[in-house]
Design a protein around this ligand. Structure first.
Ligand code: GLN
Ligand code: ZN
Length: 758
């Protein structure tokens, strides 16, 4: 008989109502002490474990919890602290930990970047000059905590060495094997201590195996895992992959570990399994419930999938689990009350996914009949959801089917458009602007909550938003910016806002997921065909424009970003939904233009992070993204200037696609990646206009003028002044008024001085 073990890979940190975020932010603003922070977060962590225990999960992950980010946790555990934080060995204290993450007055924060193709950001380890050492055994403390306080024999989770090093910077590619050798003894020691403490299963996360790796890296990997096998033979290591099928399947499944964790939701893992089989001596940890989406699994289908998988596993031992950590989904659907009940019945968040896992494990272990009641309930709920009204819009489907290339092309090429735009806009050399949002103060958020609760009227709320717009138009004029923004005060979030206004979307009440640090986002649900209902941003943009003679940018979120940052139903192809969104945005773009807005920015910060992990799949993805962007933006007149913004700097490998978007101006994150992007422009000839972020907005630190000037001068060595725009890295919503005014003043002064030198 098959032995079936239920498991999961990680649980959301943030708590049902974002208690985690509150604790962290109170600590940062000195409202609670370190001791209180640690007590509050311990309570949350133990509650999360208890919940998983009560649900009946066999292998409960420990050590997946973090006070900021699990990659940073791994760094400090190995003493990987950049020199500028003045660390001299031993356990890294909390102050240094948060300093690396958030920066201080004297030291810029470490770079932050997207975790594979998700919207979770990790802190990039910097390996220059570091002497790795095991400064503490974090998984061990979490293992002991769970055992001693709750009697849970947990499954410690650690980030594997290959993934950790591949995600790090500060070394040359050819030094990878040597560097890996320096880390292996530390991992061995860590694992040994876990073994001695009685741990039996350990999950080593190696999502990097979903990407294309060189032969050198694969060879070094074999070496590393061989040493684990020799030195800690009794520990059952689960080599865990996710987000994609294993690209080098044959090599990876042969590594000497007890179990291989495979994602059967994303990629073609089942085909690989059929084609190449699975080693007879290993346990297969099958990720079958989607850890990245919020829709209820169809239990009957999933049970079939499991049975199918089982045929290829010779030792009859299976672990049933979600496809990835549940970090990427909200905690529980049980707090949701405002959505259409039919939609709610189609939802499954972390807790509900665990229930699915438990049920499926039982069904596989003891037979389908033992879960017939659950299957029946599940069928009923999935049917209710599928048959709910408003899911299908035939008219939209037909429109999208009839689109072709001519619908996604601007009338004239850039060279001609830009002349007309210059004539109309009359901007100075090196125009200054911002990325869109301005400080979202507590007052703004509180007022929105009041309005949502009905405590103030819509006209009072709109008046309040207008007052903010008015105030900030004046401030921007005083600072001397050239292209202004209305500030996005009316938006909680750049995706949620559109989700609330487009047809086909739904918004949850508590569906938060961690994005970076304490910042959480609430991705909207796309449960049906998407269409334009009525103008979404025209009122605020037109009001802002009425207050000033300077151009005010219209501000929209792009189709690929809306898609990637939403939880999208999967009963039509993704690119159909993408084009539906794009077509709706096109109507918004046209409405803005008709109402006198001369510059329209369509943000695509999520375009790059959505790239498939496997390079073979890039082209199709990029074609879809480019088409959708152009569909949204190409119907405007020549003199209307289209901007786009992206918050990442790894640009090199998608340069052609970025160019193909055919945006007149693009602004890109630069300063947090410490200027690395500029090299890209040396190798390519980019003709359109471009703004490289000249200071980092993620840190509360106010940059000084000289520092900004240096950044500009450095960029102007490669990019011509006629093409160049000056702007911060990203939107300013998380900054306060003083920081914003301080930084933007430094920026415009820097621009002014450099202009004089031109
Ligand atoms: N316009 C958005 C803002 O300024 C862009 C945010 C982003 O790039 N993530 O907030
Ligand atoms: Zn950005």
């Amino acid at each position: 008989m098959t032995k079936v073990i239920s498991s999961t890979l990680g649980y959301p940190r943030i708590g049902e109502k974002r208690e985690w975020k509150r604790s962290l932010e109170k600590f940062w603003s000195e409202q609670i002490s370190e001791k209180e922070l640690l007590e509050q977060t311990e309570r949350l962590r133990l509650d999360n474990l208890k919940k998983q225990q009560a649900l009946g999960v066999d292998l409960i992950p420990v050590g997946d919890f973090s006070l900021y980010d699990h990659v940073l946790d791994t760094s400090i555990m190995f003493g990987v602290v950049p020199d500028r934080f003045k660390y001299d060995g031993g356990k890294v204290n909390l102050e240094t930990y948060f300093a690396i993450a958030r920066g201080t007055k004297d030291a810029v924060a470490s770079e932050m970047t997207k975790w594979f193709n998700t919207n979770y950001h990790y802190i990039v380890p910097e390996l220059e000059n570091v002497k790795p050492a095991l400064t503490e055994n974090r998984p061990l403390s979490f293992y002991k905590e769970a055992k001693e306080k709750l009697g849970i024999d947990g499954k410690p989770v650690i980030l594997g060495p290959i993934t950790y090093l591949k995600l790090s910077k500060g070394y040359d590619e050819q030094d990878f094997p040597t560097l890996l050798q320096a880390f292996i003894p530390l991992y061995v020691q860590l694992l040994k201590e876990l073994e001695e403490a009685g741990a039996s299963w350990v999950q080593i996360d190696e999502p990097i195996f979903g990407t294309n790796l060189s032969d050198e890296v694969l060879a070094a990997t074999k070496q590393a895992y061989k040493q684990f096998d020799e030195k800690v033979p009794n520990l059952k290591l689960i080599l865990q992959t996710y987000f994609e099928n294993i690209v080098n399947y044959k090599d990876v499944v042969e590594l000497p570990v007890a179990a291989i964790g495979i994602d059967f939701v994303h990629g073609e893992s089942l085909e690989l399994l059929k084609q190449h089989g699975f080693p007879a001596d290993k346990v297969l940890a099958a990720g079958i419930v989607n850890g990245r989406n919020v829709w209820k699994a169809n239990l009957e289908d999933k049970l079939e999938l499991l049975k199918n998988i089982k045929q290829y596993v010779n030792n009859n031992q299976l672990i049933v689990q979600p496809s990835s950590s549940l970090l990427h989904v909200p905690v529980t659907t049980k707090l949701e009350e405002t959505l259409d009940p039919a939609i709610i019945s189609g939802l499954s968040f972390a807790d509900e996914k665990l229930e699915e896992i438990i049920t499926l494990s039982k069904g596989l272990q003891s037979g389908k009949e033992t879960i017939s009641k659950e299957i029946q309930n599940n069928k009923q709920q999935v049917d209710d959801y599928n048959n709910s009204t408003n899911r299908i819009n035939e008219r939209v489907r037909r429109t999208i089917e009839q689109l072709d290339d001519s619908d996604a092309k601007r009338a004239q090429p850039f060279a001609e458009r830009i002349e007309k735009q210059n004539e109309q806009l009359k901007l100075p050399l090196l125009p200054t602007t911002t990325i869109g949002s301005l400080p979202q103060t507590t007052e703004v958020r509180k007022t929105r909550t009041k309005w949502r609760k009905g405590e103030i009227t819509t006209s009072q709320y709109e008046q309040f938003i207008n007052n903010n717009i008015d105030k900030w138009i004046t401030i921007q004029e005083e600072i001397g910016l050239d292209v202004l923004v209305h500030g996005e005060f009316e938006r909680t979030d750049m995706v949620e806002y559109f989700g609330e206004k487009l047809n086909g979307f739904g918004v949850t009440e508590y569906g938060w997921v961690q994005s970076y640090g304490s910042r959480c986002v609430k991705p909207p649900l796309i449960f049906g065909d998407v269409s334009f209902d009525q103008p979404m941003t025209v009122k605020e943009s037109v009001f802002a424009q009425s207050l000033t003679d300077k151009p005010v940018k219209g501000m929209l979120t792009g189709p690929t970003t809306i898609l990637n940052w939403s939880f999208v139903h999967d009963d039509v192809p993704r690119n159909t939904v993408q084009n539906q969104i794009a077509f709706a945005l096109r109507k918004e773009v046209e409405a803005l233009e008709e109402n006198g807005i001369q510059i329209i920015q369509v943000d695509e910060p999520a375009l790059r992070e959505g790239l498939p992990l496997d390079e073979k799949k890039w082209e199709a993805y990029l074609n879809d993204a480019v088409y959708a962007f152009r569909l949204a933006t190409s119907s405007v007149q020549d003199h209307t200037q289209i901007h786009t913004h992206m918050c990442y700097s790894e640009f090199q490998d998608i340069f052609d696609a970025i160019d193909a978007l055919d945006a007149d101006v693009i602004s890109i994150e630069t300063s947090r990646s410490h200027g690395e992007i500029i090299g890209t422009f040396e190798e390519n000839t980019y003709k359109k206009e471009i703004g490289l972020g000249v200071y980092d907005i993620h840190s509360p630190r106010i940059p000084d003028k000289e520092e900004i000037k240096q950044n500009i001068v450095r960029a102007l060595k490669t990019i011509s002044a006629e093409q160049f725009w000056i702007n911060p890295d990203c939107g300013l919503k998380t900054r306060n008024q003083a920081e914003t005014i301080g930084a933007l003043t430094a920026m415009t002064e820097a621009a002014e001085e450099i202009r004089k030198e031109q």
